[in-house]
Design a protein around this ligand. Structure first.
Ligand SMILES: [Zn+2]
Length: 390
């Protein structure tokens, strides 16, 4: 942050009057917000309220990271977007709403996935990072880049009716890896597309993330460093637990220069026993005339974005219910052909294969599509929907 804080224009003096009138906030905090910058990773359920409130509050520069386009199924919770922007990049859609709230905010659009190649450049260009993703590989990249560069990471997580929030700042508290050194097995890590989420829940947690970012930029209050807020939407209970720094943490116990970013791979507790195939290999073998049964285990809203031609649609929860009930193997698992099972990113399908094998199916007939439908569609569409934006 620059030593000399920028002055507020007469327009800003009027716009931020409700801030300026509070003695704990006042001109100094507002000018710190104007000088400050925030990187929002994800413009979905968590990123929507965060983006709008930070723009409205007068944060000077906001970076938006999201490669996805707005889809109808997003609008149940991703309120920065709307029908008018269906099919448009989420960063463009969110930026338009943010500029309408505050034309002076500088918005930097990054229509990309956060990767091990770009994470340090992106994170390093901002004062505070807000983690608004719900996929573990991105969460670990955000964490590791923030620890390495000494940036606070405002964490939010949502699933079904439950929310979590913390501020990870390894300079004075634990990091995300102190709590969770590595991603959980796929079976224990359902995402919102699979398990669902109450639409207003990311609104609650995202708004709290915006609050923490404002506190960090202005220096007011006490940020949630070393504590985690646990929110239960069904009882409306807020609890907070203390978090300890792990002296053996695989990330923040290292000298910062020794932290190397790498993309975590999500795996099953036991690797799926069947084989796997890349989308390029599948395409080549289909073109060469090989016969496969294709089974799409995603949920109906995900099918609307497209399927692999010829696929049988059988959502994972339905399939699991059939297996639990001991029902006979559903088509396409009844025949003799090799079945290529796919979901959006190749994680749920791996769990499905494992469940099928446990139920007695022949692992030699089951093949997981690596990277799922997102990788299949890949460069053909910029809108690979898994970016997991809550
Ligand atoms: Zn740590």
């Amino acid at each position: 942050m620059p030593d000399t804080l920028p002055e507020l224009s007469p327009t800003e003096q009027r716009r931020f009057g409700r801030h300026l009138v509070m003695p704990e906030f006042g001109q100094a905090a507002q000018r710190r917000l104007k000088a400050g910058s925030v990187l929002l990773v994800g413009c979905g359920g968590l990123g929507s309220p965060t983006a709008l409130y930070l723009a409205a509050a007068g944060v000077g520069r906001i970076g938006l990271v999201d490669p996805d386009r707005v889809e109808e199924t997003n609008l149940q919770r991703q309120i920065a977007h709307g029908h008018a922007t269906l099919g448009r990049p989420k960063t463009e859609s969110a930026a338009a709403r943010m500029r309408d709230l505050n034309p002076d905010v500088v918005i930097e659009r990054h229509d990309v996935y956060l990767t091990e190649e770009n994470a340090l450049d992106l994170v390093g260009a901002y004062d505070v990072v807000i983690d608004g993703t719900d996929n573990f590989p991105t969460r670990y990249l955000v964490n590791d880049a923030c620890v390495r560069l000494g940036r606070p990471n405002v964490f939010g997580g949502v699933l079904r009716f439950d929310g979590q929030l913390s501020v990870f700042d390894a300079r004075s508290g634990p990091c995300y890896r102190c709590l969770f050194p590595a991603p959980p097995p796929v079976e224990l890590a359902p995402n919102c597309a699979e398990a669902g989420v109450l639409g207003v829940l990311p609104g609650v947690i995202g708004t709290l993330q915006a609050t923490e970012a404002i506190k960090l930029l202005t220096g007011i209050g006490t940020p949630m460093i070393g504590r985690m807020l646990i929110y239960d939407g069904l009882t409306l209970g807020f609890d907070s637990i203390a978090l300890a720094k792990d002296p053996a943490c695989p990330c923040c116990s290292l000298p910062r220069d020794a932290i190397v970013l790498r993309t975590e791979r999500m795996v099953c507790a036991a690797l799926p026993p069947g084989g796997s195939m890349t989308p390029a290999e599948l395409e080549a073998r289909l073109t060469a005339g090989e016969a496969f049964s294709l089974c799409d285990v995603r949920n109906p809203p995900e099918w609307s974005g497209g399927v692999i031609p010829g696929a049988h649609l059988l959502p994972k929860p339905e399939l699991e219910a059939l297996l639990q009930a001991g029902a006979p193997p559903p088509d396409p698992f009844a025949g003799h052909a090799t079945v290529v099972v796919y979901c959006q990113a190749g994680l749920r399908s791996a769990a499905v294969i494992r469940a099928l094998v446990e139920a007695g199916h022949d692992p030699a007939r089951l093949v997981n599509l690596e990277g799922g439908f997102g990788a299949w569609r890949g460069p053909r569409a910029a809108a690979a929907p898994l970016a997991a934006t809550g």
